[in-house]
Design a protein around this ligand. Sequence first.
Ligand code: HEC
Ligand code: HEC
Length: 164
Amino acid sequence: MKQLVKTGLVICVVVWAVSSNAQQSDPHLIYEQRCAGCHAPHAGDFVTEQLIATENGLVGKASDRPVIDYLKAGHGKLSDQEIDVLVEQFEFIQGTGRLFKEKCIICHDNAAEFARLKLILRDDILTGRYTDRDVAEFLLNHGRLDASEAKKMVEVLTRQLQVR
Ligand code: HEC
Ligand code: HEC
């Protein structure tokens, strides 16, 4: 019994130690937990509504300040590592959003709607909901994407289906 209590205590201490200095490295969770309370519920909307791409990276529309400076100055209270993860995610969203606007939106509504209506994840593979198509393969010959753009597009459409 004594031994059990002791083991229990050790486990508690370990769990506490791990969680108290946990660094978040999932950009979705960082955004959801640390930004969404005051900004748009999804990072995708925040990026399109609030940020623009410039030579100095992503900049806030209202403040005209680079996002990275904004966050490094303490806004949102993130660690440097969390800032890097989040800013990288914002840039990814911005880049693929632009690609979708340039090459797809004439025929398909916005990416989120399109993905939810027409696509589905089957065993983690992005598939046409009604056509059973392997989307990664399909996009190599559709929408005039090069191979690396097609890969990015699959990633971004997949993420649309993973957000709640
Ligand atoms: C407690 C509320 C709150 C939280 C949490 C918060 N923000 Fe903000 N944020 C604001 C407010 C209010 C403004 C506008 C006023 C200002 O400049 O301070 C703003 C402005 C910004 C701007 C400048 C926008 C522009 O158009 O120039 C950026 C970028 C930004 N926030 C990013 C974030 C990110 C990323 C997070 C999460 C890490 C975050 N914020 C968390 C309230 C918040
Ligand atoms: C000129 C119009 C046009 C453009 C531009 C276009 N599409 Fe399509 N797309 C279609 C049509 C029409 C279909 C349905 C074809 C079919 O089912 O045989 C389709 C089907 C698809 C499908 C398969 C859906 C399913 O149910 O199987 C995907 C994925 C897709 N498009 C993605 C894209 C992406 C990503 C882009 C931009 C890079 C793009 N499309 C650009 C017209 C277009």
